[in-house]
Ligand binder design. Structure first.
Ligand SMILES: CC(C)(C)OC(=O)N[C@@H]1CNC[C@H](C(=O)N(Cc2cccc(Cl)c2Cl)C2CC2)C1
Length: 338
């Protein structure tokens, strides 16, 4: 009998409120990797033992060695991902992947080259995409789909908790098969996914204080567990930042820490509900030697049509609103995180 009654938890580590990752294993005997469970993509990749010694980002992370796994199956098809923020190149392999104790035979990519930017900043080794199959590169069946076809989950959903308070463990939790009442209060509000096969919804407006400043005529919001911040069209975000008195410098938008307590809430209108973030949710306050630095966790990002223009709601949004991703009903549920 399953001790978790059809639900499978994976504890997550919170690194600086910007990277949340959990441990999986690949191969027999198990080779351990830290991966971001990323609803914005649908492939699994980890660094390869065969990555070039000049790929620093590869060398500073755990690497998969197929020669050490007796369940490895050769594939060899080329693979590459062009992120907005970087590129990975490699080839496909097949092996047993274990997530939360659940084994699946999985086709994944061994990365032989990882662009230094941004992967040298990554505390995680790789990415486990939790997106729909039609987002998967090379049409590879994603991990969650392989798990659903085993019919071991109570419900065909998964939920994500990102803990903002790094002093308390766990830094978060991925729960396969349900939602974890330990991590939310109140009821879920559900929104239909906008387009079959993407974790995105229709947003009805973005307000600063009481004024709806953006997206009044409706726009797309991507719920992306693999993004650290909230991004929106660059012109909108720059107007939003100006309203709160934030200045853009080379590492993002900053505000004077003295003004943080007076900053207005930013509210996202999703499915007839209002989801507000206070300065506690959208400011990262770092005490540094040369003084305190207060970073605003919003970024301008122009995604070209037809995908864009879009808003991306990332880790800072999910840390406030516990999120359930429902593949059975193609909907996303939000509840107030504890
Ligand atoms: C089109 C397609 C390729 C599917 O798009 C995506 O895959 N889009 C992904 C959507 N989710 C965020 C992904 C991303 O930006 N990173 C990089 C990253 C994020 C946070 C912090 C760090 Cl350090 C890093 Cl390196 C991957 C780690 C998740 C891109």
């Amino acid at each position: 009998a399953d001790p978790n009654n059809g639900t499978v938890p994976t504890p997550l580590t919170n690194y600086l409120d910007t990277q949340y990752f959990g441990e999986i294993s690949i191969g027999s005997p198990a080779q351990m990797f830290n991966v971001v469970f990323d609803t914005g993509s649908a492939n699994l990749w980890v660094p390869s033992q065969r990555c070039s010694p000049f790929s620093t980002a590869c060398f500073t992370h755990n690497r998969y060695d197929s020669s050490q796994s007796h369940t490895h199956v050769e594939n060899g098809t080329g693979f590459s991902i062009n992120y907005a923020s970087g590129t990975i190149r490699g080839f496909l392999s097949e092996d047993v992947v274990v997530v939360g104790g659940l084994p699946v035979v999985q086709v994944f990519a061994e990365a032989t080259s990882l662009s230094a930017m941004p992967f040298i900043f990554a505390k995680f080794d790789g990415v486990l995409g939790m997106g729909y199959p039609n987002v998967a590169i090379d049409g590879i069946t994603p991990v969650f789909d392989r798990i659903m076809s085993q019919h071991v989950l109570k419900e065909e959903v998964f939920s994500i908790y990102y803990n903002r308070d790094p002093k308390h463990s766990p830094g978060g939790e991925l729960l396969l098969g349900g939602s974890d009442p330990n991590y939310y209060i109140g009821n879920f509000n559900y929104l239909e996914t906008r387009e079959m096969g993407k974790w995105e919804v229709t947003m009805k407006g973005v307000s600063v204080g009481v004024e709806t400043m953006f997206c009044a005529e409706g726009c797309t919001a991507v719920i992306d567990t693999g993004s650290s911040y909230i991004t929106g069209p660059a012109s909108s975000v720059s107007r939003l930042m100006k309203t709160i008195g934030a200045q853009l410098d080379e590492t993002g938008y900053k505000v004077n820490c003295d003004t943080v307590k007076m900053l207005p809430s930013v509210t996202f209108q999703l499915g007839g509900q209002e989801y507000s973030l206070t300065h506690e949710d959208y400011i990262i306050w770092q005490s540094q030697i040369e003084g305190d630095v207060c970073t605003v966790t919003f970024r301008g990002l122009d995604v070209p049509p037809p995908t864009g223009p879009i808003w991306i709601l990332g880790a800072n949004f999910i840390a406030r609103y516990y999120t359930e991703f429902d593949r059975r009903n193609n909907r996303i549920g939000f509840a107030t995180a504890v």
